[in-house]
Design a protein around this ligand. Structure first.
Ligand code: NDP
Ligand code: DXP
Ligand code: MN
Length: 387
Protein backbone atom coordinates (compact mmCIF):
# COMPACT_ATOMS: atom_id res chain seq x y z
CA UNK A 1 0.00 0.00 0.00
CA UNK A 2 1.51 3.32 -1.01
CA UNK A 3 0.66 6.68 0.58
CA UNK A 4 -0.94 9.06 -1.91
CA UNK A 5 0.56 12.54 -1.75
CA UNK A 6 -0.22 16.01 -3.08
CA UNK A 7 2.74 18.40 -3.06
CA UNK A 8 1.84 22.10 -2.68
CA UNK A 9 4.98 24.15 -3.37
CA UNK A 10 6.63 21.22 -5.15
CA UNK A 11 9.29 23.43 -6.80
CA UNK A 12 10.48 25.30 -3.71
CA UNK A 13 13.17 24.56 -1.16
CA UNK A 14 10.86 22.36 0.96
CA UNK A 15 9.31 20.84 -2.18
CA UNK A 16 12.74 19.79 -3.48
CA UNK A 17 13.77 18.28 -0.14
CA UNK A 18 10.47 16.38 -0.01
CA UNK A 19 11.02 15.07 -3.53
CA UNK A 20 14.45 13.84 -2.47
CA UNK A 21 12.88 11.88 0.41
CA UNK A 22 10.13 10.53 -1.87
CA UNK A 23 12.64 9.51 -4.57
CA UNK A 24 14.40 7.27 -2.03
CA UNK A 25 11.11 5.54 -1.21
CA UNK A 26 9.41 5.14 -4.58
CA UNK A 27 7.43 2.12 -3.39
CA UNK A 28 6.07 3.93 -0.34
CA UNK A 29 4.54 6.96 -2.11
CA UNK A 30 2.35 7.81 -5.09
CA UNK A 31 2.31 11.52 -5.92
CA UNK A 32 -1.06 12.37 -7.45
CA UNK A 33 -0.71 16.14 -7.99
CA UNK A 34 1.92 18.87 -7.77
CA UNK A 35 1.40 22.63 -7.39
CA UNK A 36 3.74 25.56 -7.99
CA UNK A 37 3.58 29.33 -8.39
CA UNK A 38 4.81 30.44 -11.80
CA UNK A 39 7.88 28.41 -12.76
CA UNK A 40 6.56 26.13 -15.53
CA UNK A 41 9.79 24.26 -16.40
CA UNK A 42 10.46 23.53 -12.71
CA UNK A 43 6.91 22.30 -12.08
CA UNK A 44 6.95 20.14 -15.22
CA UNK A 45 10.24 18.61 -14.03
CA UNK A 46 8.72 17.96 -10.58
CA UNK A 47 5.65 16.33 -12.17
CA UNK A 48 7.71 14.10 -14.45
CA UNK A 49 10.10 13.14 -11.63
CA UNK A 50 7.33 12.20 -9.21
CA UNK A 51 4.97 10.68 -11.80
CA UNK A 52 2.16 13.03 -10.75
CA UNK A 53 -1.08 12.80 -12.73
CA UNK A 54 -1.79 16.54 -12.54
CA UNK A 55 0.32 19.71 -12.35
CA UNK A 56 -1.08 23.15 -11.50
CA UNK A 57 0.49 26.59 -11.43
CA UNK A 58 -1.09 29.53 -9.58
CA UNK A 59 -0.07 31.92 -12.34
CA UNK A 60 -2.70 31.61 -15.09
CA UNK A 61 -0.42 33.25 -17.66
CA UNK A 62 2.07 30.38 -17.33
CA UNK A 63 -0.29 27.77 -18.84
CA UNK A 64 1.18 27.75 -22.38
CA UNK A 65 4.70 27.28 -20.95
CA UNK A 66 3.49 24.48 -18.66
CA UNK A 67 1.69 22.70 -21.52
CA UNK A 68 4.82 22.92 -23.64
CA UNK A 69 7.06 21.66 -20.83
CA UNK A 70 4.73 18.68 -20.24
CA UNK A 71 4.18 17.83 -23.90
CA UNK A 72 4.26 14.08 -24.51
CA UNK A 73 4.26 13.23 -20.79
CA UNK A 74 0.56 12.37 -20.48
CA UNK A 75 0.42 14.56 -17.35
CA UNK A 76 -2.66 16.78 -17.25
CA UNK A 77 -2.13 20.40 -16.28
CA UNK A 78 -3.84 23.68 -15.52
CA UNK A 79 -3.06 27.19 -14.30
CA UNK A 80 -4.84 29.78 -12.16
CA UNK A 81 -6.63 29.48 -8.82
CA UNK A 82 -9.21 27.00 -10.18
CA UNK A 83 -6.43 24.69 -11.34
CA UNK A 84 -4.74 24.84 -7.93
CA UNK A 85 -8.06 23.90 -6.30
CA UNK A 86 -8.44 21.06 -8.82
CA UNK A 87 -5.02 19.76 -7.77
CA UNK A 88 -6.01 19.96 -4.09
CA UNK A 89 -9.05 17.80 -4.87
CA UNK A 90 -6.92 14.90 -6.21
CA UNK A 91 -6.84 11.73 -4.17
CA UNK A 92 -4.47 11.94 -1.19
CA UNK A 93 -3.71 10.45 2.20
CA UNK A 94 -1.31 13.28 2.94
CA UNK A 95 -0.87 16.82 1.59
CA UNK A 96 2.48 18.57 1.95
CA UNK A 97 1.70 22.28 2.41
CA UNK A 98 4.86 24.11 1.33
CA UNK A 99 3.72 27.17 -0.60
CA UNK A 100 5.61 30.25 0.63
CA UNK A 101 3.68 32.94 2.48
CA UNK A 102 -0.01 33.71 2.87
CA UNK A 103 -0.50 32.64 -0.77
CA UNK A 104 -0.57 29.16 0.75
CA UNK A 105 -3.52 29.78 3.05
CA UNK A 106 -6.47 29.15 0.72
CA UNK A 107 -5.05 26.00 -0.97
CA UNK A 108 -3.79 24.62 2.35
CA UNK A 109 -7.16 25.19 4.02
CA UNK A 110 -8.92 23.64 1.02
CA UNK A 111 -6.69 20.58 1.43
CA UNK A 112 -8.31 19.87 4.82
CA UNK A 113 -10.60 16.94 3.95
CA UNK A 114 -11.60 13.87 5.93
CA UNK A 115 -9.29 10.91 5.47
CA UNK A 116 -6.19 13.03 4.96
CA UNK A 117 -3.36 14.46 7.03
CA UNK A 118 -1.63 17.79 6.35
CA UNK A 119 2.17 17.97 6.63
CA UNK A 120 2.48 21.68 7.29
CA UNK A 121 5.54 23.74 6.36
CA UNK A 122 3.58 26.90 5.48
CA UNK A 123 3.70 28.60 8.91
CA UNK A 124 2.00 31.75 7.56
CA UNK A 125 -1.29 29.80 7.30
CA UNK A 126 -1.28 29.30 11.06
CA UNK A 127 -0.09 32.81 11.86
CA UNK A 128 -2.78 34.36 9.69
CA UNK A 129 -5.72 32.08 10.47
CA UNK A 130 -4.49 29.67 13.15
CA UNK A 131 -7.64 29.20 15.22
CA UNK A 132 -9.90 28.82 12.16
CA UNK A 133 -7.41 26.48 10.47
CA UNK A 134 -6.97 24.20 13.48
CA UNK A 135 -10.73 24.10 14.13
CA UNK A 136 -11.40 23.13 10.50
CA UNK A 137 -8.76 20.39 10.78
CA UNK A 138 -10.19 19.12 14.03
CA UNK A 139 -13.76 19.09 12.66
CA UNK A 140 -12.59 17.07 9.63
CA UNK A 141 -10.52 14.72 11.83
CA UNK A 142 -7.39 15.81 9.96
CA UNK A 143 -4.02 15.64 11.74
CA UNK A 144 -1.75 18.65 11.20
CA UNK A 145 1.81 17.29 11.20
CA UNK A 146 4.53 19.90 11.77
CA UNK A 147 7.26 20.07 9.12
CA UNK A 148 8.89 23.28 10.39
CA UNK A 149 12.09 21.96 12.00
CA UNK A 150 11.48 23.34 15.52
CA UNK A 151 7.86 22.18 15.68
CA UNK A 152 8.71 18.80 14.28
CA UNK A 153 11.45 18.42 16.90
CA UNK A 154 9.00 19.55 19.61
CA UNK A 155 6.38 17.04 18.44
CA UNK A 156 8.99 14.28 18.57
CA UNK A 157 10.24 15.41 22.01
CA UNK A 158 6.66 15.62 23.33
CA UNK A 159 5.77 12.15 22.11
CA UNK A 160 2.68 10.97 23.95
CA UNK A 161 3.38 13.25 26.92
CA UNK A 162 0.54 15.27 28.44
CA UNK A 163 0.51 19.02 27.76
CA UNK A 164 -0.44 19.56 31.43
CA UNK A 165 2.96 18.11 32.36
CA UNK A 166 4.82 20.54 30.05
CA UNK A 167 6.17 23.63 31.82
CA UNK A 168 7.58 25.15 28.63
CA UNK A 169 8.41 24.52 25.00
CA UNK A 170 11.53 26.25 23.70
CA UNK A 171 12.16 26.94 20.04
CA UNK A 172 15.75 27.54 19.06
CA UNK A 173 16.84 30.27 16.61
CA UNK A 174 20.14 30.27 14.76
CA UNK A 175 20.32 34.05 15.31
CA UNK A 176 20.66 34.52 11.54
CA UNK A 177 23.55 36.19 9.72
CA UNK A 178 23.52 39.26 12.01
CA UNK A 179 23.66 37.47 15.37
CA UNK A 180 27.00 39.04 16.32
CA UNK A 181 26.63 42.32 14.39
CA UNK A 182 26.17 45.73 16.05
CA UNK A 183 22.86 47.55 15.57
CA UNK A 184 24.64 50.13 13.36
CA UNK A 185 26.10 47.44 11.09
CA UNK A 186 22.74 45.65 10.86
CA UNK A 187 21.03 48.93 9.97
CA UNK A 188 23.30 49.30 6.95
CA UNK A 189 22.89 45.68 5.75
CA UNK A 190 21.11 44.99 2.48
CA UNK A 191 19.31 41.94 1.06
CA UNK A 192 22.56 40.29 -0.03
CA UNK A 193 23.96 40.18 3.52
CA UNK A 194 20.57 39.25 5.00
CA UNK A 195 20.26 36.32 2.57
CA UNK A 196 23.39 34.59 3.89
CA UNK A 197 21.82 32.24 6.42
CA UNK A 198 24.54 30.60 8.53
CA UNK A 199 23.06 27.07 8.57
CA UNK A 200 20.05 26.57 6.32
CA UNK A 201 19.45 26.86 2.58
CA UNK A 202 15.84 28.08 2.21
CA UNK A 203 13.50 30.21 0.12
CA UNK A 204 13.95 33.99 -0.04
CA UNK A 205 11.18 35.09 2.34
CA UNK A 206 11.89 32.73 5.24
CA UNK A 207 15.62 33.54 4.92
CA UNK A 208 14.98 37.26 5.47
CA UNK A 209 12.58 36.41 8.31
CA UNK A 210 15.43 34.46 9.91
CA UNK A 211 17.71 37.49 9.66
CA UNK A 212 15.15 39.77 11.40
CA UNK A 213 14.14 36.97 13.85
CA UNK A 214 10.55 37.52 12.70
CA UNK A 215 10.76 33.86 11.66
CA UNK A 216 11.07 32.87 15.31
CA UNK A 217 8.19 35.15 16.24
CA UNK A 218 6.00 33.57 13.53
CA UNK A 219 7.08 30.18 14.86
CA UNK A 220 5.99 31.05 18.42
CA UNK A 221 2.51 31.79 17.03
CA UNK A 222 2.68 28.59 14.95
CA UNK A 223 3.60 26.59 18.09
CA UNK A 224 0.74 28.17 20.03
CA UNK A 225 -1.76 26.85 17.46
CA UNK A 226 -0.11 23.48 16.84
CA UNK A 227 0.36 22.52 20.49
CA UNK A 228 -2.31 24.64 22.17
CA UNK A 229 0.17 26.22 24.59
CA UNK A 230 -0.29 29.79 25.80
CA UNK A 231 2.43 32.46 25.31
CA UNK A 232 3.74 32.11 28.89
CA UNK A 233 4.83 28.51 28.20
CA UNK A 234 6.54 29.31 24.88
CA UNK A 235 10.08 30.47 24.73
CA UNK A 236 12.99 31.25 22.33
CA UNK A 237 16.70 30.51 22.78
CA UNK A 238 19.37 31.51 20.31
CA UNK A 239 21.47 28.46 19.40
CA UNK A 240 23.97 29.29 16.64
CA UNK A 241 24.72 25.66 15.64
CA UNK A 242 21.08 24.76 14.74
CA UNK A 243 21.50 21.21 16.05
CA UNK A 244 18.99 21.34 18.90
CA UNK A 245 15.73 22.47 17.29
CA UNK A 246 13.26 22.29 20.16
CA UNK A 247 13.19 21.54 23.90
CA UNK A 248 10.28 20.32 25.99
CA UNK A 249 10.67 21.20 29.70
CA UNK A 250 8.57 18.98 31.98
CA UNK A 251 7.08 19.88 35.32
CA UNK A 252 9.48 17.52 37.15
CA UNK A 253 12.53 19.42 35.82
CA UNK A 254 13.40 16.99 33.02
CA UNK A 255 14.02 18.40 29.55
CA UNK A 256 13.59 16.43 26.31
CA UNK A 257 15.40 17.84 23.27
CA UNK A 258 14.97 17.21 19.56
CA UNK A 259 18.33 17.15 17.74
CA UNK A 260 19.29 16.71 14.09
CA UNK A 261 21.65 18.16 11.53
CA UNK A 262 20.20 21.29 9.90
CA UNK A 263 18.68 19.49 6.93
CA UNK A 264 14.95 19.69 6.23
CA UNK A 265 14.88 16.13 4.91
CA UNK A 266 14.89 15.00 8.56
CA UNK A 267 11.58 16.63 9.63
CA UNK A 268 10.06 16.05 6.18
CA UNK A 269 10.84 12.31 6.37
CA UNK A 270 9.28 12.22 9.84
CA UNK A 271 6.10 13.98 8.69
CA UNK A 272 5.71 11.92 5.51
CA UNK A 273 6.33 8.53 7.13
CA UNK A 274 3.34 6.32 7.94
CA UNK A 275 2.45 6.72 11.65
CA UNK A 276 4.96 4.99 13.90
CA UNK A 277 7.45 4.33 11.09
CA UNK A 278 10.78 5.95 10.16
CA UNK A 279 12.14 6.55 6.64
CA UNK A 280 15.80 6.35 5.73
CA UNK A 281 17.18 9.70 4.47
CA UNK A 282 20.75 8.40 3.92
CA UNK A 283 22.03 11.35 5.95
CA UNK A 284 25.18 10.69 7.99
CA UNK A 285 24.65 10.04 11.69
CA UNK A 286 24.80 13.22 13.75
CA UNK A 287 28.39 13.44 14.99
CA UNK A 288 28.27 15.40 18.25
CA UNK A 289 31.96 14.84 18.95
CA UNK A 290 32.82 16.57 15.66
CA UNK A 291 30.44 19.44 16.47
CA UNK A 292 32.05 19.52 19.94
CA UNK A 293 30.14 22.47 21.42
CA UNK A 294 26.50 23.50 21.52
CA UNK A 295 25.87 27.01 22.81
CA UNK A 296 22.78 28.95 23.83
CA UNK A 297 22.04 32.61 24.46
CA UNK A 298 19.03 34.87 25.05
CA UNK A 299 17.62 36.70 22.01
CA UNK A 300 18.39 40.43 21.85
CA UNK A 301 15.09 42.23 21.28
CA UNK A 302 16.81 45.58 20.91
CA UNK A 303 18.80 44.53 17.82
CA UNK A 304 16.01 42.22 16.60
CA UNK A 305 12.74 44.12 17.30
CA UNK A 306 10.67 41.92 14.96
CA UNK A 307 10.77 39.12 17.52
CA UNK A 308 9.30 41.46 20.15
CA UNK A 309 6.58 42.58 17.72
CA UNK A 310 5.55 38.98 17.08
CA UNK A 311 5.60 38.19 20.81
CA UNK A 312 3.27 41.15 21.38
CA UNK A 313 0.95 39.89 18.62
CA UNK A 314 0.85 36.43 20.21
CA UNK A 315 0.12 37.86 23.66
CA UNK A 316 -2.56 40.19 22.28
CA UNK A 317 -4.23 37.56 20.07
CA UNK A 318 -7.31 38.50 18.03
CA UNK A 319 -6.46 39.75 14.54
CA UNK A 320 -3.05 41.06 15.64
CA UNK A 321 -1.05 38.05 14.26
CA UNK A 322 -2.97 38.26 10.94
CA UNK A 323 -2.05 41.94 10.61
CA UNK A 324 1.58 41.38 11.66
CA UNK A 325 2.00 38.58 9.13
CA UNK A 326 0.55 40.60 6.23
CA UNK A 327 2.57 43.73 7.03
CA UNK A 328 5.72 41.64 7.34
CA UNK A 329 5.23 40.03 3.93
CA UNK A 330 4.90 43.41 2.22
CA UNK A 331 7.83 44.90 4.15
CA UNK A 332 10.10 41.90 3.44
CA UNK A 333 9.26 42.08 -0.29
CA UNK A 334 10.10 45.82 -0.22
CA UNK A 335 13.41 45.07 1.55
CA UNK A 336 14.31 42.38 -1.00
CA UNK A 337 13.47 44.84 -3.81
CA UNK A 338 15.86 47.39 -2.26
CA UNK A 339 13.05 49.82 -1.39
CA UNK A 340 13.35 49.58 2.39
CA UNK A 341 16.24 49.35 4.81
CA UNK A 342 16.57 46.46 7.28
CA UNK A 343 15.06 48.17 10.31
CA UNK A 344 12.35 49.61 8.04
CA UNK A 345 10.78 46.12 8.18
CA UNK A 346 10.21 46.36 11.95
CA UNK A 347 9.24 50.05 11.81
CA UNK A 348 6.55 49.52 9.17
CA UNK A 349 5.19 46.33 10.78
CA UNK A 350 4.97 48.16 14.13
CA UNK A 351 3.18 51.15 12.54
CA UNK A 352 0.62 48.99 10.74
CA UNK A 353 -0.07 46.87 13.82
CA UNK A 354 -0.51 49.85 16.12
CA UNK A 355 -2.85 51.59 13.65
CA UNK A 356 -4.97 48.53 12.88
CA UNK A 357 -5.31 46.46 16.04
CA UNK A 358 -7.64 48.90 17.79
CA UNK A 359 -10.28 48.56 15.05
CA UNK A 360 -9.61 44.92 14.05
CA UNK A 361 -10.00 43.06 17.33
CA UNK A 362 -11.62 39.71 16.53
CA UNK A 363 -9.54 36.67 15.56
CA UNK A 364 -10.71 35.62 12.08
CA UNK A 365 -13.12 32.70 12.39
CA UNK A 366 -12.59 31.53 8.82
CA UNK A 367 -10.02 31.76 6.06
CA UNK A 368 -11.89 34.34 3.96
CA UNK A 369 -12.19 36.71 6.95
CA UNK A 370 -8.46 36.27 7.61
CA UNK A 371 -7.70 37.06 3.96
CA UNK A 372 -9.88 40.20 4.09
CA UNK A 373 -7.98 41.46 7.17
CA UNK A 374 -4.74 40.43 5.46
CA UNK A 375 -5.67 42.53 2.39
CA UNK A 376 -6.45 45.62 4.51
CA UNK A 377 -3.13 45.24 6.35
CA UNK A 378 -1.25 44.90 3.05
CA UNK A 379 -2.91 48.05 1.69
CA UNK A 380 -2.03 50.02 4.84
CA UNK A 381 1.57 48.75 4.72
CA UNK A 382 1.91 49.89 1.10
CA UNK A 383 0.52 53.28 2.13
CA UNK A 384 2.95 53.51 5.06
CA UNK A 385 5.80 52.65 2.70
CA UNK A 386 4.61 55.12 0.06
CA UNK A 387 4.26 52.34 -2.52
N1 NDP B 1 12.87 26.23 3.24
C1 NDP B 1 12.89 25.76 4.47
O1 NDP B 1 13.87 25.13 4.88
C2 NDP B 1 11.74 25.98 5.40
C3 NDP B 1 10.57 26.57 4.96
N2 NDP B 1 9.50 26.67 5.80
C4 NDP B 1 8.26 27.24 5.31
O2 NDP B 1 7.83 26.50 4.18
C5 NDP B 1 7.18 27.35 3.24
C6 NDP B 1 7.91 27.23 1.90
O3 NDP B 1 9.21 27.72 2.05
P1 NDP B 1 10.34 27.52 0.94
O4 NDP B 1 10.23 26.15 0.36
O5 NDP B 1 11.59 27.94 1.58
O6 NDP B 1 9.90 28.61 -0.14
P2 NDP B 1 10.37 28.74 -1.66
O7 NDP B 1 10.28 30.18 -1.98
O8 NDP B 1 11.65 28.03 -1.88
O9 NDP B 1 9.24 27.93 -2.45
C7 NDP B 1 7.93 28.38 -2.48
C8 NDP B 1 7.05 27.43 -3.25
O10 NDP B 1 5.74 28.01 -3.31
C9 NDP B 1 5.35 28.17 -4.69
N3 NDP B 1 4.49 29.33 -4.79
C10 NDP B 1 4.80 30.62 -4.67
N4 NDP B 1 3.69 31.39 -4.80
C11 NDP B 1 2.67 30.55 -5.00
C12 NDP B 1 1.28 30.72 -5.17
N5 NDP B 1 0.70 31.94 -5.22
N6 NDP B 1 0.49 29.62 -5.33
C13 NDP B 1 1.05 28.39 -5.32
N7 NDP B 1 2.36 28.17 -5.15
C14 NDP B 1 3.16 29.24 -4.99
C15 NDP B 1 6.66 28.31 -5.43
O11 NDP B 1 6.50 28.08 -6.81
P3 NDP B 1 7.52 28.71 -7.93
O12 NDP B 1 8.75 27.87 -7.82
O13 NDP B 1 6.83 28.57 -9.20
O14 NDP B 1 7.74 30.14 -7.51
C16 NDP B 1 7.47 27.24 -4.70
O15 NDP B 1 7.08 25.96 -5.13
C17 NDP B 1 7.24 28.76 3.85
O16 NDP B 1 6.05 29.02 4.54
C18 NDP B 1 8.40 28.68 4.84
O17 NDP B 1 8.28 29.58 5.92
C19 NDP B 1 9.53 26.21 7.09
C20 NDP B 1 10.67 25.64 7.58
C21 NDP B 1 11.87 25.50 6.79
C1 DXP C 1 14.66 25.21 8.85
C2 DXP C 1 13.64 25.95 9.59
O1 DXP C 1 12.83 25.38 10.28
C3 DXP C 1 13.65 27.41 9.51
O2 DXP C 1 12.40 27.97 9.87
C4 DXP C 1 14.72 27.82 10.46
O3 DXP C 1 14.14 27.85 11.71
C5 DXP C 1 15.33 29.10 10.08
O4 DXP C 1 16.38 29.36 10.90
P1 DXP C 1 16.35 30.38 12.11
O5 DXP C 1 16.52 29.57 13.33
O6 DXP C 1 17.50 31.27 11.78
O7 DXP C 1 15.04 31.12 12.08
MN1 MN D 1 11.77 26.78 11.52
Amino acid sequence: MTRKLILLGATGSIGRSARDVIARHRDAFTVTAVVGGSDAPALAAAARETGARYAALADGAALPALREALAGSGIACGAGEGAVMEAVAYEADLVLAAIAGTAGLRPTAAAIRPGRAIALANKESLVSAGAAFMQAASRAGVAVLPVDSEHNALAQALGNGALDDVSAMTLTASGGPFRTWSREAIAAAGPQEASKHPNWSMGAKVTIDSATLMNKGLELIEAHHLFGLEAARLDVLVHPQSIVHGLVSWRDGAVTAGLAAPDMRVPIAHALAPPGMRLDTALPRLDLAAIAALSFEKPDLERFPCLGLAMAALADGGAHPTILNAANEIAVAAFIAGRLDFYGIAVSVEKVCSRMVASEREAPDNVETALAIDERARALTREVLGM
